[in-house]
Design a protein around this ligand. Structure first.
Ligand SMILES: [Zn+2]
Length: 202
């Protein structure tokens, strides 16, 4: 597994790239409609992107899809977040439900974990062999977790999702915002769960 990350400026998610047989797979698309410019600076043309996997539908993770629209790149997101995504992107013809991503993801050594709470369709991507978790806005470094007070958010779902993630062995934690955690991501998840338990008061 080879990945590179771009840290976007301002209100923009991190974007993670995975290269497999000269095809690139993106995890989240940032909030910048000019995403392709950043990819081009790394020598990646839009036609080299084989698919985009979205952790959820918020604008700061999906606006960058605009620059891939002409390539008809398949975009995978949980159906439950489709409406949210299309508030930013408008109707997106190459949308596919995340359940259809299993084949590509298993080729990449990843599994999908549904983790509602921040949004109804939030998802994480996990590599059991590399103990790597792409966690979107569900869990961040330093014990932070995603907001639950936006439309579609749920305290109880967030607690359940963090509990589920705390059962995984995680070294690298690749969150939707903030820095890249190289080791002991499990500790970040335990801290986030403890924090959520006290803040969300259940
Ligand atoms: Zn979000």
């Amino acid at each position: 597994m080879h990945d590179e990350s771009f840290i976007g400026a301002g209100l923009s998610s991190n974007v993670y790239l995975l290269n497999h047989d000269s095809t690139y797979y993106l995890f989240d698309a940032s909030g910048d409609p000019g995403l392709l410019r950043y990819l081009a600076s790394a020598g990646i043309h839009g036609s080299m992107v084989g698919g985009v996997f979205l952790t959820h539908g918020h604008f700061d993770h999906v606006a960058g899809l605009e620059s891939l629209r002409e390539f008809e790149t398949p975009v995978f997101i949980n159906e439950k977040d489709r409406t949210l995504m299309e508030e930013t992107t408008g109707e997106y013809p190459s949308f596919m439900d995340i359940s259809e991503a299993n084949e590509i993801l298993s080729m990449l050594g990843l599994v999908i974990l549904e983790t509602p709470g921040h949004t109804p369709g939030s998802a994480c991507f996990y590599s059991p062999s590399e103990s790597l978790l792409i966690s979107g806005d569900t869990v961040f470094p330093d014990g932070y977790f995603g907001r639950t007070d936006l439309p579609g958010g749920s305290d109880s779902d967030m607690l359940e999702s963090l509990t589920k993630l705390s059962g995984l062995r995680v070294e690298a934690l690749l969150a939707g915002h903030g820095h890249y955690v190289e080791s002991d991501g499990s500790r970040c998840i335990s801290e986030a769960l403890a924090c959520a338990k006290s803040m969300l008061g259940h």
